[in-house]
Design a binder for this molecule. Structure first.
Ligand code: 8Y4
Length: 279
């Protein structure tokens, strides 16, 4: 299976690691953007050196209850980082729902649009259709402001799958080639811990869509549910979750801890290669 993302074509025979880089306001610089951009680029370079296949750059917090960020502010945060990393030859993904940010990031060299709102905002389908980038379509119930209040599903895996199928059709109808599209069940986005574990258990049903499957569980609250660990103590649980996701059909994992994930997936790859030789 291949995933076409602008100048990059990823072979998904081996799972990919997407390293997370948040560009959030820093408390050091007064008004300037020097420190947060410099720090984000430095962090991205470290993740690339550790083995990240692509870097997801985000300037909008989608944490439950977080305030929305304006277009100008999001551009100020994200663009210089996208520009610098792309110029260094990295495969850069931009985590945004805003068509203006998508267009600017793609012009600056981004090769993937990662949209937690699955291109549902006006103009988003067209912004991606006018490029040859890859795109991640993610499921969310509700909005980041309200999604964790009281999520409900009759059948979480079936509903997530139906939503993703519908968004894939909308993307194709807008002129986005199927080989550019990856799907993501959106762990933690309008889901209880039980919903999240049911989705993880039933991931093969989502993989059956036949498209590259991306999963982001790294450091999320569902890991606290199982381990009791605080957010800065969830590395081991995150690596376990990434490996479980890959074993159940995920082909791209979005993670904070690239070095640890890379070693786990190296063991996975060695096992799968041996299995192929035996057949
Ligand atoms: C600690 C650290 C606790 C981070 C929670 C979080 C996904 C995503 C996010 C995902 C895709 C997050 C932008 C939420 N999650 N994009 N983005 N898939 N495609 N929370 O699962 O990392 S942000």
């Amino acid at each position: 299976m291949l995933w076409r993302c602008g100048s990059f074509t990823f072979d998904l025979k081996r799972p990919l690691i997407m390293g997370i880089v948040n560009v959030t306001p820093d408390s050091f610089s007064d008004g300037g953007r020097f420190f947060d951009v410099t720090a984000a680029c430095a962090h991205a370079r470290r993740l690339l050196a550790e083995g990240a296949d692509l870097i997801d750059v985000g300037g909008e917090s989608t944490r439950p209850g977080a305030a929305e960020v304006g277009t100008e502010e999001e551009l100020r945060r994200v663009l210089p980082v996208v520009q610098a990393l792309a110029a260094e030859g990295a495969a850069v993904s931009v985590d945004t729902s805003k068509p203006e940010v998508m267009r600017a990031a793609l012009a600056a060299g981004a090769v993937v649009v990662n949209d937690v709102r699955a291109l549902q905002w006006p103009g988003a389908l067209a912004a991606v259709a006018n490029s040859d980038c890859g795109v991640v379509l993610m499921h969310m119930q509700g909005t980041p402001q309200t999604m964790q209040r009281d999520p409900h599903y009759a059948d979480v895996a079936a509903e997530v799958k139906d939503f993703l199928q519908a968004r894939v059709h909308a993307a194709e109808a807008a002129g986005i080639a199927r080989e550019r599209i990856a799907v993501d069940p959106g762990f933690g986005f309008g889901k209880t811990a039980q919903h999240n574990y049911e989705l993880l258990a039933r991931l093969p049903e989502i993989a059956a869509l036949g498209l590259p499957l991306l999963v982001g569980i790294s450091r999320k609250a569902m890991l606290q549910h199982a381990t009791g660990r605080a957010v800065d103590e969830r590395v081991h649980a995150s690596v376990a979750a990434a490996l479980i996701a890959v074993a159940r059909g995920a082909r791209i994992v979005r993670v904070h801890d690239v070095a640890a994930t890379r070693d786990a997936l190296a063991v996975w790859n060695a096992t799968v290669e041996q299995e192929r030789k035996e057949q």
